[in-house]
Design a protein around this ligand. Structure first.
Ligand SMILES: [Cu+2]
Length: 496
């Protein structure tokens, strides 16, 4: 969404503000990087790694006309699919061939803070032109992914604006499901630029805006007047690193059941996906099996969300599986599905509007366990307050990247309910590190049993999720939109 496709002049934030962002990130990286630097020889002499990742600059051919230069893993986009076995210790060697410190975050895994890959939690950086060996016991089973976790700030060549993303599949001890084959899809935009904000689509999520939250936003807007803060828009869109029509089609046979594992690898966009004449049977969200698998005509994925869905191929033809936005699809966001013996131009037809409702995948009639404690967070935007960038506050406080101060304390074994109140019109993909959470209220409806690690909070809406504090160590919470997390939308939980 937010498709402001026209290129605007580069924003003129002051020199000092830019320098602060860059120096801030660099200095923190250096301090932590030295701590975490174990000589490469000593680390690698004995055990062979399960995987090696090399972070470096490479070209990605989205189409013959559109070749972009970006930072990738192993010179490819997306990064290689890493398959792990649940509970079986894995070793990954990461070489950083760039001249800035990097971090690889193992998104959705319940692992220790020092290998999770977030500096705020104490994970050491992978030094520039250095390496780090990372070892952990992969869990839980399901579709996870890995991506960089550095601060981008005002630099669109850093962080998740780059091509540093790849899928992870942790094989369960027993593979359930009735499908013929698996296909992984990574949805990703390239060529980001700053713009002065479009509007977030409000028709995406079930639920209604709450007046009280709109009033809070109105007050904040009176205080922070002026032009809208910067947003990021993109010129090129891709599925598995190819613009629509330029990659190999997915070739299917009538009657085949294809299990799609779909990742929204965007730095900040909300994505939709539809396949004309077909439905998606959603079997897992963020890699976790849902209590009630359900058929939907359209997928909506917030930044970093994953959907695993089975499509029964029962409508022969040549089809575009693509984003509902004509503009995004027109600039590449889609992939061709081609039935055996079908010929012709790939067909697209727009599905009827469909509101995304996480609650339909929940446990029917069940109520979640009672929490031991409830914490409430009110999210407010300070329009353009940071050199033209919006500042984001949780309960009045923007996270400081310099102080990295833990703000909330949890006790091992307790169940926490986090209640979020969004006093902004943006959809925020909320992400908790190192834990899975259970949705307990969304779009005004109580629910239970849907386990996730990212969830979209609608504009002027409320949302509640519970997590059990069962993985001691500093734990980061943030909005997964790079632009929001870099400008305040973050909090650090500490175990007592
Ligand atoms: Cu956000």
């Amino acid at each position: 969404m937010k498709q402001t496709k026209s290129k605007r002049p580069f924003p003129c934030f002051t020199d000092t503000s830019r320098r602060e962002f860059l120096v801030g990130a660099g200095a923190a990286g250096l301090a932590l990087g030295i701590d975490g630097l174990i000589p490469a020889r000593a680390q690698t002499d004995q055990v062979k790694p399960d995987y090696t990742l090399r972070i470096g600059t490479s070209l990605v051919e989205l189409s013959p006309e559109h070749i972009v230069s970006t930072t990738t893993y192993n010179g490819q986009f997306p990064g290689p699919l890493l398959r792990f076995k649940e509970g079986q210790r894995a070793v990954v060697d990461v070489y950083n061939d760039t001249d800035t410190p990097e971090l690889v975050h193992w998104h959705g895994q319940i692992i220790p803070s020092d290998v999770d890959g977030a500096a705020e939690e104490g994970s050491p950086y992978i030094p520039a032109h250095g390496m780090r060996r990372i070892a952990f016991v992969p869990r839980p089973a399901g579709f996870r992914f890995y991506h960089t976790h550095v601060v981008a700030g005002a630099d669109l060549n850093r962080g998740t604006y780059t091509g540093q993303v790849g899928p992870v599949y942790i094989e369960p001890k027993n593979e359930p499901g009735n499908f013929d084959r698996e296909v992984f899809l990574v949805l990703k935009e390239f060529e980001p630029s700053f713009s002065r904000g479009g509007d977030m689509a409000m028709e995406v999520l079930a639920g209604a805006p709450i007046k009280e939250l709109q009033d809070i936003a109105e007050k904040a807007d009176e205080q922070f007047k002026g032009p809208k803060g910067y947003e990021v828009s993109y010129d090129l869109f891709s599925v598995n690193g190819k613009m629509l029509g330029h990659g190999e089609p997915i070739r299917v046979k009538p009657g085949e059941r294809v299990l799609f594992h779909i990742l929204n690898a965007s730095a900040g966009e909300i994505r939709s996906l539809a396949l004309p004449g077909h439905v998606f049977k959603i079997v897992a969200l963020d890699g976790n099996p849902v209590p009630t698998p359900a058929d939907v005509p359209v997928l909506w994925l917030g930044t970093a969300e994953r959907v695993s869905a089975i499509v029964e191929m029962n409508h022969p033809g040549v089809w575009v599986m693509g984003d509902l936005s004509d503009d995004d699809r027109g600039h590449g966001m889609g992939i061709v599905i081609e039935y055996a013996n079908a010929k012709g131009k790939p067909q697209w037809s727009k599905p009827k509007p469909f509101k995304w409702d996480y609650a339909i995948f929940g446990k029917n009639g069940a109520t979640p366990a009672q929490p031991d404690e409830t914490m409430e967070f009110t999210i407010v935007k300070h329009n353009g307050a940071l050199a033209g960038f919006n500042e984001w506050t949780l309960n009045g406080e923007a996270f400081s990247m310099d102080a990295m101060k833990p703000m909330y304390t949890v006790h091992e074994g307790r169940r926490y309910r986090l209640k979020f109140r969004n006093a902004s019109d943006d959809i925020h993909p909320l992400h908790l590190h190192r834990h899975s959470f259970e949705l307990t209220r969304v779009g005004g409806k109580a629910t239970a049993g849907v386990m996730k690690d990212v969830v979209m909070l609608g504009g002027f809406q409320e949302l509640e999720f519970d997590f059990v504090a069962d993985n001691p160590g500093p734990t980061l919470f943030h909005c997964h939109q790079q632009l929001h997390m870099d400008f305040g939308f973050m909090a650090l939980f500490n175990y007592a």
